[in-house]
Design a protein around this ligand. Structure first.
Ligand SMILES: [Zn+2]
Length: 250
């Protein structure tokens, strides 16, 4: 089988000037502009503009169209599964439509980083998490994110390793659940091997879970302060091309 390439674009807020951010915000469509306007904190506005602007630039370049012409359909898998979905208007995972149909994307932001994954014809999920202190909220977050077996595996690690391992778990699980479009509301649907051991999906309770041989789940190096992962759902061998968003912003 020919390898499939997944492009990963890294954006960094600290390396993006206010002028660039204004240029990126100008690429947003009407819905995106509304959301952008609703953020109260400037940092949230900036992260949103960088993530969504980058998605337009990367998809536009791949599809050979102007970034402003890129359109997305929003699809919410959890709502589609409900007999009587709430009427919330369009929401969910963006999927390129129109001339860019066939490309799949996933993006994530945390702290100063933005990560965009892109591939053609296969489902992708990306997640980046800034490693932060868990002391205050450890118990609630652990129950929210980890299954009983994972919590036991995490508890067996040394106290020094535990925090980073938790965010490794979290980024891997979010990447998987973002790939299927299920979203991150149910992180305990997936059980993974403990960080430090080879990455293995031990169980995945979902009607959309792919066959075991159809899942690539990889950590993406992101420095000590961040954990990042990408999931690509394909039986084909996978090549990952890690790229710097500065290349698109020139
Ligand atoms: Zn929904």
């Amino acid at each position: 089988m020919t390898p499939l390439t997944c492009d990963l674009w890294w954006g960094d807020l600290t390396a993006t000037s206010p002028d660039r951010l204004r240029t990126l915000s100008a690429l947003l469509d009407a819905d995106e502009r509304q959301r952008h306007a609703r953020f109260r904190l400037q940092a949230d506005k900036d992260r949103y503009a960088l993530a969504h602007g980058l998605a337009r630039l990367a998809v536009g370049r791949a599809a050979g169209i102007a970034p402003e012409s890129v359109t997305f359909d929003l699809r919410c898998v959890p709502c589609e599964r409900k007999a009587d979905p709430p009427d919330r208007g369009p929401h969910g995972k963006p999927r390129p439509s129109g001339p860019a149909e066939g490309w799949e994307i996933s993006f994530s932001h945390s702290g100063d980083r933005v990560l965009l994954a892109m591939a053609r014809g296969v489902r992708v999920g990306a997640d980046v998490e800034r490693v932060r202190s868990l002391r205050a909220s450890l118990d609630g977050l652990l129950d929210h994110a980890l299954t009983e077996g994972e919590r036991a595996d995490l508890a067996a690690l040394g106290p020094q390793e535990r925090e980073a391992a938790f965010f490794t778990y979290w980024s891997r699980k979010e990447a998987l659940l973002k790939a299927t479009g299920e979203g991150v509301g149910n992180l305990t649907a997936v059980t993974l091997s403990v960080p430090g051991a080879p990455i293995e999906v031990r169980s995945w309770d979902s009607p959309d879970a792919p066959a075991p041989g159809h899942v690539h789940l990889r950590d993406i190096p992101a420095g000590d302060e961040y954990r990042a992962a990408v999931a690509v759902l394909t039986p084909r061998p996978l090549e990952i091309a890690v790229r710097d968003a500065a290349e698109l912003l020139r």
